[in-house]
Design a protein around this ligand. Structure first.
Ligand SMILES: Cc1cc2nc3c(=O)[nH]c(=O)nc-3n(C[C@H](O)[C@H](O)[C@H](O)COP(=O)(O)OP(=O)(O)OC[C@H]3O[C@@H](n4cnc5c(N)ncnc54)[C@H](O)[C@@H]3O)c2cc1C
Length: 277
């Protein structure tokens, strides 16, 4: 199938992109790896595509005030090869190879992945697990939104109709940072049936500040707070027993299967968090 007709404009500045978004049914085009598929299947039919790929200064990866800042146009492949991300944002480094396949990672952007907010995507869950932030630019200027306030519902975020997501930020890892990541997918590179991104702080032989963010089990990435508390108390069995997720059946698996797999992943990720702790 071919997309419905649309107009195309290449934005020459961030301000111009924001202004162009005022047009009814306008949509930003970043890597196109999700958007073009929805167009081709006629799941969406925007009147105008605003190409932001040429905008300078939106693809940087840097350390600022103890945080790793990643520009929205950073490609997954660029992040995958980044020493800064490997050293200072190891959870993101661990998750990215699970996103699609090399061709998709060559074009897809981190900003597009967060803005699209697919409930089975890796990066929204990583951002939630790391207590990250999202920077946006809109008609009223800049905003910074905490990850926990950003993901509102199925493919629904705190972005307004004229907002451009400009960067994401996560606290830089230090010697006490522990991270864990695992997902179950039918084939490597497929969207996960269930996945888990986690962070914690080493606390003696145990863990503190445990954050478990599941994906593929709800309309948004979901924290398992009771399991977090049980894991901080030192028991993996109790954490699995405390999992209070409520997934729905979907095309990949039944709710019961997803709940079972969530427990399997929790054991794997808990062991990663506790490794060399
Ligand atoms: C076969 C296949 C397998 C895939 N597997 C996975 C997977 O396993 N895990 C995964 O996470 N993803 C997967 N993806 C999707 C991929 O990660 C995309 O790169 C990502 O979801 C969207 O990024 P993009 O830059 O391509 O965004 P686009 O497709 O260009 O845009 C997606 C949406 O976000 C909006 N948008 C883009 N950038 C911004 C911005 N800066 N500000 C505001 N809105 C913006 C667009 O308007 C659009 O609505 C897969 C894609 C394909 C085709």
């Amino acid at each position: 199938m071919k997309p419905a007709p649309f107009s195309y404009k290449k934005a020459r500045s961030l301000d111009e992109a924001v202004a162009l978004l005022a047009e009814k049914d306008a949509r930003l085009l970043a890597g196109g790896q999700s958007l073009i598929a929805t167009l081709n299947m006629r799941l969406s039919s925007p009147s105008l595509l605003i190409d932001i790929n040429g905008l300078a200064g939106l693809d940087g990866i840097s350390i600022k005030s103890g945080a790793v800042e990643i520009g929205c146009l950073t490609r997954h492949a660029q992040a995958e090869r980044s020493d800064v991300i490997a050293r200072h944002a190891p959870l993101i480094a661990r998750a990215i190879p699970h996103i699609g396949h090399p061709a998709i990672r060559n074009r897809g952007t981190l900003g597009g992945s967060i803005a699209f907010a697919d409930p089975a995507a890796e990066l929204p869950a990583c951002l939630l697990a790391l207590d990250g932030e999202i920077d946006t630019m809109g008609p009223k200027g800049k905003r910074t939104i905490k990850a926990q306030d950003f993901f509102k519902g199925l493919f629904e975020t705190a972005l307004g109709p004229q907002d451009v997501l400009t960067a994401i930020r996560v606290p830089s890892a230090n010697k006490d940072t522990r991270i864990g990541f695992a997902e179950l997918a039918r084939r490597h590179g497929d969207y996960a049936i269930v996945g888990l991104a986690a962070s914690a702080r080493r606390n003696g032989k145990g863990l503190a500040d445990v954050r478990l963010a599941y994906f593929g089990v709800g309309n948004t990435p979901v924290r398992a707070r009771k399991a977090e508390a049980a894991l901080a108390d030192g028991s993996i069995d109790a954490a699995v027993g405390a999992l209070d997720l409520a997934p729905n059946d979907d095309v990949q698996a039944t709710a019961a299967t997803k709940k079972h797999l969530a427990g399997v992943l929790l054991r794997r990720v808990a062991n990663q968090l506790l490794e060399a702790s």
